[in-house]
Design a protein around this ligand. Structure first.
Ligand code: UDP
Length: 471
Protein backbone atom coordinates (compact mmCIF):
# COMPACT_ATOMS: atom_id res chain seq x y z
CA UNK A 1 0.00 0.00 0.00
CA UNK A 2 2.94 2.25 0.78
CA UNK A 3 4.18 1.99 -2.81
CA UNK A 4 1.30 4.00 -4.21
CA UNK A 5 2.21 6.96 -2.07
CA UNK A 6 4.68 9.43 -3.58
CA UNK A 7 8.20 8.84 -2.32
CA UNK A 8 9.00 11.11 0.60
CA UNK A 9 12.28 12.69 1.70
CA UNK A 10 13.14 14.17 5.10
CA UNK A 11 15.53 17.11 4.96
CA UNK A 12 17.35 18.22 8.10
CA UNK A 13 19.23 21.52 7.76
CA UNK A 14 21.70 22.77 10.33
CA UNK A 15 21.44 26.49 11.25
CA UNK A 16 22.15 29.22 8.73
CA UNK A 17 20.11 30.64 5.90
CA UNK A 18 23.03 29.62 3.63
CA UNK A 19 22.14 25.97 4.33
CA UNK A 20 18.36 26.23 4.31
CA UNK A 21 18.14 28.26 1.09
CA UNK A 22 19.76 25.70 -1.25
CA UNK A 23 18.04 22.82 0.54
CA UNK A 24 14.67 24.48 -0.10
CA UNK A 25 15.62 24.86 -3.75
CA UNK A 26 16.64 21.19 -3.87
CA UNK A 27 13.26 20.25 -2.37
CA UNK A 28 11.48 22.23 -5.10
CA UNK A 29 13.45 20.40 -7.81
CA UNK A 30 12.64 17.03 -6.27
CA UNK A 31 8.97 17.96 -6.16
CA UNK A 32 8.61 19.52 -9.59
CA UNK A 33 10.82 17.19 -11.63
CA UNK A 34 10.53 13.93 -9.70
CA UNK A 35 7.23 14.00 -7.78
CA UNK A 36 8.69 13.66 -4.31
CA UNK A 37 7.02 15.08 -1.26
CA UNK A 38 9.26 16.53 1.42
CA UNK A 39 9.33 17.30 5.12
CA UNK A 40 11.87 19.71 6.56
CA UNK A 41 12.72 18.79 10.16
CA UNK A 42 14.51 21.74 11.69
CA UNK A 43 16.75 21.64 14.72
CA UNK A 44 17.21 25.11 16.22
CA UNK A 45 18.06 27.14 19.30
CA UNK A 46 14.73 28.94 19.33
CA UNK A 47 16.16 32.32 18.35
CA UNK A 48 16.03 34.43 15.20
CA UNK A 49 13.92 32.01 13.20
CA UNK A 50 11.99 34.64 11.23
CA UNK A 51 14.07 34.39 7.99
CA UNK A 52 13.82 30.60 8.03
CA UNK A 53 10.07 30.70 8.65
CA UNK A 54 9.57 33.19 5.86
CA UNK A 55 11.33 30.91 3.41
CA UNK A 56 9.36 27.83 4.48
CA UNK A 57 5.97 29.55 4.68
CA UNK A 58 6.21 30.42 0.99
CA UNK A 59 6.13 26.70 0.05
CA UNK A 60 3.10 24.59 -0.82
CA UNK A 61 2.39 22.83 2.52
CA UNK A 62 0.74 19.85 0.78
CA UNK A 63 4.02 19.01 -0.92
CA UNK A 64 6.74 20.52 1.25
CA UNK A 65 5.95 20.74 4.93
CA UNK A 66 8.12 21.62 7.89
CA UNK A 67 8.50 20.97 11.60
CA UNK A 68 10.64 22.97 14.01
CA UNK A 69 12.06 20.65 16.67
CA UNK A 70 12.01 21.79 20.32
CA UNK A 71 14.80 24.36 20.73
CA UNK A 72 18.10 23.23 22.20
CA UNK A 73 19.94 25.19 24.85
CA UNK A 74 23.52 26.47 24.62
CA UNK A 75 23.56 27.88 28.14
CA UNK A 76 26.38 25.54 29.12
CA UNK A 77 28.71 26.63 26.29
CA UNK A 78 31.43 29.26 26.65
CA UNK A 79 30.74 32.57 24.90
CA UNK A 80 33.56 32.15 22.42
CA UNK A 81 32.46 28.72 21.16
CA UNK A 82 32.92 28.37 17.41
CA UNK A 83 29.87 28.77 15.20
CA UNK A 84 30.60 25.39 13.60
CA UNK A 85 30.36 23.67 17.01
CA UNK A 86 27.01 25.30 17.61
CA UNK A 87 25.80 24.15 14.20
CA UNK A 88 26.74 20.55 14.92
CA UNK A 89 25.42 20.67 18.48
CA UNK A 90 22.08 22.09 17.38
CA UNK A 91 21.63 18.81 15.57
CA UNK A 92 23.22 16.37 18.04
CA UNK A 93 21.17 17.82 20.88
CA UNK A 94 18.04 17.25 18.81
CA UNK A 95 18.64 13.63 17.82
CA UNK A 96 16.02 12.11 20.06
CA UNK A 97 13.35 14.56 18.83
CA UNK A 98 14.48 13.92 15.26
CA UNK A 99 14.15 10.18 15.79
CA UNK A 100 10.55 10.65 16.99
CA UNK A 101 9.65 12.74 13.95
CA UNK A 102 11.24 10.25 11.57
CA UNK A 103 9.22 7.44 13.12
CA UNK A 104 6.04 9.43 12.52
CA UNK A 105 7.09 9.95 8.88
CA UNK A 106 7.90 6.26 8.41
CA UNK A 107 4.41 5.42 9.63
CA UNK A 108 2.60 8.01 7.55
CA UNK A 109 4.63 8.33 4.31
CA UNK A 110 6.85 6.34 1.98
CA UNK A 111 10.07 7.73 3.45
CA UNK A 112 13.02 6.85 1.19
CA UNK A 113 15.85 9.08 2.32
CA UNK A 114 17.16 11.48 4.92
CA UNK A 115 19.13 14.44 3.55
CA UNK A 116 21.42 16.50 5.76
CA UNK A 117 23.93 19.23 5.00
CA UNK A 118 27.63 18.87 5.73
CA UNK A 119 27.26 19.63 9.44
CA UNK A 120 24.41 17.15 9.89
CA UNK A 121 26.18 13.82 9.61
CA UNK A 122 25.52 12.96 13.27
CA UNK A 123 21.97 12.20 12.14
CA UNK A 124 23.24 9.18 10.20
CA UNK A 125 23.08 6.89 13.24
CA UNK A 126 19.37 7.59 13.67
CA UNK A 127 18.77 7.12 9.93
CA UNK A 128 20.60 3.81 9.90
CA UNK A 129 18.80 2.59 13.00
CA UNK A 130 15.48 3.33 11.28
CA UNK A 131 16.65 1.92 7.91
CA UNK A 132 16.36 5.23 6.10
CA UNK A 133 19.12 5.95 3.55
CA UNK A 134 21.38 8.79 4.74
CA UNK A 135 22.37 11.35 2.08
CA UNK A 136 24.28 14.61 2.18
CA UNK A 137 23.50 17.70 0.18
CA UNK A 138 26.94 19.27 0.18
CA UNK A 139 26.32 23.02 0.15
CA UNK A 140 29.78 24.09 -0.94
CA UNK A 141 32.43 23.32 -3.56
CA UNK A 142 33.67 19.87 -4.61
CA UNK A 143 37.09 21.19 -3.61
CA UNK A 144 35.95 21.21 0.03
CA UNK A 145 34.43 17.76 -0.35
CA UNK A 146 37.76 16.49 -1.63
CA UNK A 147 39.40 18.01 1.43
CA UNK A 148 36.85 16.35 3.71
CA UNK A 149 37.57 12.94 2.17
CA UNK A 150 41.29 13.53 2.52
CA UNK A 151 41.25 15.11 5.95
CA UNK A 152 41.42 12.01 8.18
CA UNK A 153 44.63 11.06 6.35
CA UNK A 154 46.00 14.58 6.74
CA UNK A 155 45.14 14.45 10.45
CA UNK A 156 47.06 11.21 10.89
CA UNK A 157 50.10 12.11 8.84
CA UNK A 158 50.80 15.66 10.10
CA UNK A 159 51.38 17.10 13.55
CA UNK A 160 51.85 20.84 13.03
CA UNK A 161 49.08 23.37 12.66
CA UNK A 162 47.92 23.38 9.03
CA UNK A 163 48.85 27.02 8.51
CA UNK A 164 52.49 25.96 9.18
CA UNK A 165 52.56 23.22 6.55
CA UNK A 166 55.58 23.96 4.35
CA UNK A 167 53.97 22.74 1.12
CA UNK A 168 50.47 23.27 -0.28
CA UNK A 169 48.10 20.33 -0.09
CA UNK A 170 47.52 18.79 -3.51
CA UNK A 171 44.13 17.14 -3.62
CA UNK A 172 43.47 14.99 -6.70
CA UNK A 173 42.20 17.11 -9.59
CA UNK A 174 42.08 20.32 -7.51
CA UNK A 175 44.00 23.59 -7.19
CA UNK A 176 46.81 23.44 -4.60
CA UNK A 177 45.55 24.56 -1.19
CA UNK A 178 47.67 26.23 1.44
CA UNK A 179 47.14 25.01 4.98
CA UNK A 180 46.11 28.54 5.99
CA UNK A 181 43.26 28.32 3.48
CA UNK A 182 41.59 25.44 5.30
CA UNK A 183 38.39 26.12 7.21
CA UNK A 184 38.59 27.84 10.63
CA UNK A 185 37.60 24.93 12.90
CA UNK A 186 40.63 22.87 11.83
CA UNK A 187 43.12 25.69 12.41
CA UNK A 188 43.68 24.87 16.08
CA UNK A 189 44.27 21.20 16.79
CA UNK A 190 43.65 21.67 20.52
CA UNK A 191 40.18 23.16 20.03
CA UNK A 192 37.12 20.97 20.58
CA UNK A 193 35.97 22.06 17.11
CA UNK A 194 38.91 20.20 15.59
CA UNK A 195 37.75 16.85 17.04
CA UNK A 196 34.25 17.52 15.81
CA UNK A 197 35.59 18.19 12.30
CA UNK A 198 37.62 14.97 12.24
CA UNK A 199 34.52 13.01 13.25
CA UNK A 200 32.39 14.82 10.68
CA UNK A 201 34.90 14.18 7.90
CA UNK A 202 35.02 10.46 8.67
CA UNK A 203 31.23 10.28 8.68
CA UNK A 204 31.03 11.69 5.17
CA UNK A 205 32.35 8.37 3.90
CA UNK A 206 29.38 6.51 5.37
CA UNK A 207 26.76 8.48 3.43
CA UNK A 208 24.71 6.47 0.94
CA UNK A 209 25.39 9.28 -1.52
CA UNK A 210 26.50 12.91 -1.66
CA UNK A 211 24.87 15.53 -3.86
CA UNK A 212 27.20 18.48 -4.42
CA UNK A 213 26.01 22.01 -5.16
CA UNK A 214 28.50 22.43 -7.98
CA UNK A 215 28.72 21.18 -11.56
CA UNK A 216 31.10 19.09 -13.61
CA UNK A 217 32.34 21.88 -15.87
CA UNK A 218 33.12 24.11 -12.89
CA UNK A 219 35.26 21.53 -11.09
CA UNK A 220 36.00 18.80 -13.64
CA UNK A 221 39.19 17.57 -11.95
CA UNK A 222 37.62 17.05 -8.55
CA UNK A 223 34.59 15.20 -9.90
CA UNK A 224 36.72 13.00 -12.12
CA UNK A 225 38.92 12.13 -9.15
CA UNK A 226 35.91 11.11 -7.02
CA UNK A 227 34.92 8.68 -9.76
CA UNK A 228 38.42 7.29 -10.11
CA UNK A 229 38.88 6.86 -6.36
CA UNK A 230 35.67 4.81 -6.52
CA UNK A 231 35.79 2.26 -3.76
CA UNK A 232 35.51 3.50 -0.24
CA UNK A 233 33.81 6.72 -1.31
CA UNK A 234 30.05 7.11 -1.55
CA UNK A 235 28.67 8.01 -4.98
CA UNK A 236 29.05 11.74 -5.61
CA UNK A 237 26.41 13.56 -7.67
CA UNK A 238 27.12 17.05 -9.04
CA UNK A 239 23.63 18.59 -9.07
CA UNK A 240 24.29 22.35 -9.00
CA UNK A 241 24.11 25.21 -9.23
CA UNK A 242 21.03 24.96 -7.02
CA UNK A 243 20.28 28.58 -6.13
CA UNK A 244 17.21 30.59 -5.28
CA UNK A 245 15.67 32.78 -7.90
CA UNK A 246 13.80 34.72 -5.23
CA UNK A 247 11.58 37.75 -5.46
CA UNK A 248 12.03 41.36 -4.52
CA UNK A 249 10.09 42.29 -1.45
CA UNK A 250 10.04 45.04 1.12
CA UNK A 251 10.85 48.69 0.76
CA UNK A 252 14.64 48.26 0.61
CA UNK A 253 14.40 45.57 -2.06
CA UNK A 254 12.36 47.77 -4.30
CA UNK A 255 14.62 50.75 -3.65
CA UNK A 256 17.63 48.72 -4.81
CA UNK A 257 15.98 47.74 -8.05
CA UNK A 258 14.71 51.25 -8.79
CA UNK A 259 18.16 52.64 -8.14
CA UNK A 260 19.82 50.03 -10.36
CA UNK A 261 17.39 50.77 -13.18
CA UNK A 262 18.92 54.24 -13.40
CA UNK A 263 22.54 53.05 -13.73
CA UNK A 264 24.52 52.14 -16.87
CA UNK A 265 25.20 48.52 -17.80
CA UNK A 266 27.80 46.63 -15.71
CA UNK A 267 28.77 49.78 -13.82
CA UNK A 268 27.76 48.95 -10.23
CA UNK A 269 29.73 47.04 -7.62
CA UNK A 270 27.58 45.02 -5.23
CA UNK A 271 29.17 44.82 -1.76
CA UNK A 272 27.86 42.19 0.62
CA UNK A 273 29.33 39.65 3.00
CA UNK A 274 26.61 37.03 3.29
CA UNK A 275 24.10 36.55 6.02
CA UNK A 276 26.59 36.79 8.87
CA UNK A 277 29.77 38.60 7.83
CA UNK A 278 30.88 41.50 10.04
CA UNK A 279 33.92 43.79 10.34
CA UNK A 280 35.62 45.77 13.07
CA UNK A 281 34.85 49.50 13.13
CA UNK A 282 38.32 50.20 11.75
CA UNK A 283 37.84 47.84 8.81
CA UNK A 284 34.35 49.15 8.14
CA UNK A 285 35.70 52.69 7.94
CA UNK A 286 38.47 51.62 5.52
CA UNK A 287 35.91 49.90 3.34
CA UNK A 288 33.70 52.99 3.27
CA UNK A 289 36.62 55.24 2.38
CA UNK A 290 37.85 52.79 -0.24
CA UNK A 291 34.49 52.70 -1.98
CA UNK A 292 34.33 56.47 -1.92
CA UNK A 293 37.87 56.79 -3.24
CA UNK A 294 37.21 54.40 -6.12
CA UNK A 295 34.67 56.84 -7.57
CA UNK A 296 32.68 53.82 -8.83
CA UNK A 297 28.99 53.13 -8.36
CA UNK A 298 28.08 50.71 -5.56
CA UNK A 299 25.33 49.10 -3.52
CA UNK A 300 26.63 48.21 -0.07
CA UNK A 301 24.77 46.01 2.39
CA UNK A 302 26.00 47.39 5.69
CA UNK A 303 25.98 45.54 9.00
CA UNK A 304 26.92 46.87 12.42
CA UNK A 305 30.60 46.31 13.22
CA UNK A 306 31.82 43.70 15.65
CA UNK A 307 35.28 43.82 17.21
CA UNK A 308 35.75 40.15 18.01
CA UNK A 309 34.09 37.95 15.38
CA UNK A 310 33.86 38.01 11.61
CA UNK A 311 30.67 35.98 11.66
CA UNK A 312 28.91 37.80 14.49
CA UNK A 313 25.53 37.72 12.80
CA UNK A 314 25.60 34.12 11.57
CA UNK A 315 22.83 32.92 13.89
CA UNK A 316 20.92 36.19 13.93
CA UNK A 317 21.36 37.56 10.34
CA UNK A 318 20.71 41.11 11.50
CA UNK A 319 22.54 42.94 14.24
CA UNK A 320 20.55 44.81 16.82
CA UNK A 321 21.82 48.34 16.17
CA UNK A 322 21.34 50.66 13.21
CA UNK A 323 24.39 49.90 11.03
CA UNK A 324 24.30 53.23 9.21
CA UNK A 325 25.28 54.96 12.46
CA UNK A 326 28.76 53.40 12.15
CA UNK A 327 29.65 54.91 8.77
CA UNK A 328 32.26 57.71 8.58
CA UNK A 329 30.92 61.22 9.10
CA UNK A 330 29.46 62.65 5.92
CA UNK A 331 29.97 59.41 3.94
CA UNK A 332 26.32 59.03 2.93
CA UNK A 333 26.16 62.60 1.78
CA UNK A 334 29.39 62.51 -0.18
CA UNK A 335 28.51 59.29 -2.00
CA UNK A 336 24.81 59.87 -2.59
CA UNK A 337 25.25 60.38 -6.33
CA UNK A 338 27.06 57.08 -6.88
CA UNK A 339 26.22 54.80 -3.98
CA UNK A 340 23.28 53.16 -2.31
CA UNK A 341 23.72 51.91 1.23
CA UNK A 342 21.26 49.26 2.42
CA UNK A 343 21.09 48.29 6.08
CA UNK A 344 21.54 44.55 6.83
CA UNK A 345 19.87 42.81 3.88
CA UNK A 346 19.39 43.29 0.13
CA UNK A 347 17.68 41.14 -2.54
CA UNK A 348 21.06 39.76 -3.58
CA UNK A 349 19.97 37.48 -6.40
CA UNK A 350 17.97 40.24 -8.04
CA UNK A 351 20.84 42.67 -7.68
CA UNK A 352 23.27 40.18 -9.21
CA UNK A 353 20.89 39.46 -12.08
CA UNK A 354 20.41 43.16 -12.90
CA UNK A 355 22.11 44.37 -16.10
CA UNK A 356 23.66 47.33 -14.21
CA UNK A 357 25.63 45.12 -11.80
CA UNK A 358 29.21 44.74 -13.00
CA UNK A 359 31.04 43.25 -10.02
CA UNK A 360 30.62 41.76 -6.57
CA UNK A 361 32.80 42.33 -3.53
CA UNK A 362 32.04 39.13 -1.64
CA UNK A 363 33.06 37.01 1.34
CA UNK A 364 33.05 34.01 -1.05
CA UNK A 365 30.20 32.17 0.69
CA UNK A 366 29.29 29.37 -1.66
CA UNK A 367 25.72 30.49 -2.33
CA UNK A 368 26.95 33.97 -3.16
CA UNK A 369 29.57 32.41 -5.41
CA UNK A 370 27.06 30.30 -7.32
CA UNK A 371 24.68 33.23 -7.63
CA UNK A 372 27.44 35.30 -9.25
CA UNK A 373 28.38 32.46 -11.58
CA UNK A 374 24.79 32.00 -12.72
CA UNK A 375 24.58 35.73 -13.46
CA UNK A 376 28.08 36.10 -14.90
CA UNK A 377 29.31 38.69 -12.35
CA UNK A 378 33.09 38.78 -11.64
CA UNK A 379 34.33 39.03 -8.07
CA UNK A 380 36.59 40.70 -5.60
CA UNK A 381 37.25 37.94 -3.07
CA UNK A 382 37.36 38.94 0.60
CA UNK A 383 37.04 35.68 2.52
CA UNK A 384 36.12 36.04 6.20
CA UNK A 385 35.35 32.72 7.90
CA UNK A 386 34.26 29.10 7.46
CA UNK A 387 35.47 27.55 4.17
CA UNK A 388 35.60 30.91 2.37
CA UNK A 389 39.39 30.92 1.98
CA UNK A 390 39.11 27.53 0.29
CA UNK A 391 36.50 28.95 -2.08
CA UNK A 392 38.84 31.88 -2.70
CA UNK A 393 41.56 29.49 -3.87
CA UNK A 394 39.16 27.95 -6.38
CA UNK A 395 37.85 31.32 -7.62
CA UNK A 396 41.18 33.12 -7.88
CA UNK A 397 43.78 30.42 -8.62
CA UNK A 398 41.54 27.87 -10.32
CA UNK A 399 38.72 29.54 -12.23
CA UNK A 400 40.30 32.99 -12.58
CA UNK A 401 37.04 34.84 -12.01
CA UNK A 402 38.15 36.90 -8.99
CA UNK A 403 40.88 39.14 -7.62
CA UNK A 404 41.72 38.76 -3.97
CA UNK A 405 42.13 41.51 -1.36
CA UNK A 406 45.37 41.74 0.62
CA UNK A 407 45.61 42.67 4.30
CA UNK A 408 48.30 44.83 5.88
CA UNK A 409 50.33 43.66 8.91
CA UNK A 410 47.44 44.47 11.20
CA UNK A 411 45.06 42.32 9.18
CA UNK A 412 43.30 45.34 7.68
CA UNK A 413 42.51 45.82 4.00
CA UNK A 414 43.34 49.47 3.37
CA UNK A 415 41.14 52.01 1.60
CA UNK A 416 43.62 52.80 -1.21
CA UNK A 417 43.86 49.10 -2.05
CA UNK A 418 40.10 48.68 -1.96
CA UNK A 419 39.73 51.61 -4.37
CA UNK A 420 42.28 49.98 -6.68
CA UNK A 421 40.50 46.60 -6.71
CA UNK A 422 37.14 48.23 -7.36
CA UNK A 423 38.39 50.37 -10.25
CA UNK A 424 40.28 47.40 -11.67
CA UNK A 425 37.20 45.20 -11.62
CA UNK A 426 34.65 47.68 -12.94
CA UNK A 427 36.73 49.51 -15.56
CA UNK A 428 40.17 47.87 -15.79
CA UNK A 429 41.53 45.32 -18.24
CA UNK A 430 41.80 42.67 -15.56
CA UNK A 431 38.11 43.18 -14.84
CA UNK A 432 37.35 42.49 -18.49
CA UNK A 433 39.29 39.25 -18.38
CA UNK A 434 37.60 38.08 -15.19
CA UNK A 435 34.17 39.04 -16.57
CA UNK A 436 34.82 37.07 -19.73
CA UNK A 437 35.86 34.01 -17.75
CA UNK A 438 32.80 34.37 -15.54
CA UNK A 439 30.53 34.57 -18.57
CA UNK A 440 32.01 31.29 -19.78
CA UNK A 441 31.01 29.62 -16.50
CA UNK A 442 27.61 31.28 -16.69
CA UNK A 443 27.01 29.49 -20.00
CA UNK A 444 28.37 26.24 -18.60
CA UNK A 445 26.02 26.52 -15.60
CA UNK A 446 23.07 27.07 -17.90
CA UNK A 447 24.02 23.99 -19.88
CA UNK A 448 24.45 21.86 -16.73
CA UNK A 449 20.90 22.75 -15.69
CA UNK A 450 19.31 22.28 -19.10
CA UNK A 451 17.03 19.35 -19.79
CA UNK A 452 19.84 17.08 -20.92
CA UNK A 453 22.48 18.80 -18.78
CA UNK A 454 24.93 17.01 -16.49
CA UNK A 455 23.43 18.27 -13.22
CA UNK A 456 19.86 17.55 -14.32
CA UNK A 457 20.89 13.98 -15.16
CA UNK A 458 22.75 13.58 -11.89
CA UNK A 459 19.74 14.59 -9.83
CA UNK A 460 17.55 12.27 -11.91
CA UNK A 461 19.95 9.45 -11.03
CA UNK A 462 19.55 10.14 -7.31
CA UNK A 463 15.78 10.33 -7.71
CA UNK A 464 15.82 7.00 -9.53
CA UNK A 465 17.84 5.34 -6.77
CA UNK A 466 15.43 6.65 -4.15
CA UNK A 467 12.35 5.60 -6.09
CA UNK A 468 13.70 2.08 -6.40
CA UNK A 469 14.19 1.76 -2.65
CA UNK A 470 11.68 -0.75 -1.37
CA UNK A 471 10.40 0.75 1.83
N1 UDP B 1 21.74 37.13 1.00
C1 UDP B 1 20.78 38.03 0.54
N2 UDP B 1 20.90 39.34 0.91
C2 UDP B 1 21.91 39.81 1.67
C3 UDP B 1 22.90 38.88 2.12
C4 UDP B 1 22.78 37.56 1.76
O1 UDP B 1 19.84 37.65 -0.16
O2 UDP B 1 21.95 41.00 1.93
C5 UDP B 1 21.62 35.72 0.61
C6 UDP B 1 22.52 35.40 -0.57
O3 UDP B 1 21.84 35.65 -1.79
C7 UDP B 1 22.84 33.94 -0.33
C8 UDP B 1 22.80 33.78 1.18
O4 UDP B 1 22.07 34.89 1.67
O5 UDP B 1 21.86 33.12 -0.92
C9 UDP B 1 24.18 33.79 1.80
O6 UDP B 1 24.79 32.57 1.59
P1 UDP B 1 26.34 32.41 1.42
O7 UDP B 1 26.62 30.94 1.29
O8 UDP B 1 26.84 33.26 0.34
O9 UDP B 1 26.96 32.98 2.75
P2 UDP B 1 26.70 32.67 4.31
O10 UDP B 1 25.61 33.59 4.71
O11 UDP B 1 26.31 31.22 4.43
O12 UDP B 1 28.00 33.00 4.92
Amino acid sequence: QNLIKPPHVAIVPTPGIGHLTPLVELAKLLLVHHNFTITFIIPNDGLHLAPQKKLLQALDPQAISYIFLPPVSFDDLPNDVMVEIKMVLTLTRSLSALRDELIVLIQSTRLVALVVDLFGTDAFDVANELHVSPYIFFTTAALSLSLIFHFPHLHETTTCEYRDLPEPIQLPGCVPLHGRDLTDPVQDRSNEAYKVMVRMCKKHRSAAGIMVNSFVDLEPGAFKAFKEQGQGLPPVYPVGPVIKMGSVDGFEGNECMKWLDKQPNESVLFVSFGSGGTFSQEQMTELALGLELSGQRFIWVVKSPNETAKNANYFSVQGSEDPLGFLPNGFLDRTKEVGLVVPSWAPQVQVLSHRATGGFLTHCGWNSTLESIVHGVPLIAWPLYAEQRTNRALLVDGLKVAVVVKCNDKGIVESQDIAKYVRGLIEGDEGKLLRNNMKGYKEAAKLALSQEGSSTKSLAEVAQVWKSLNT
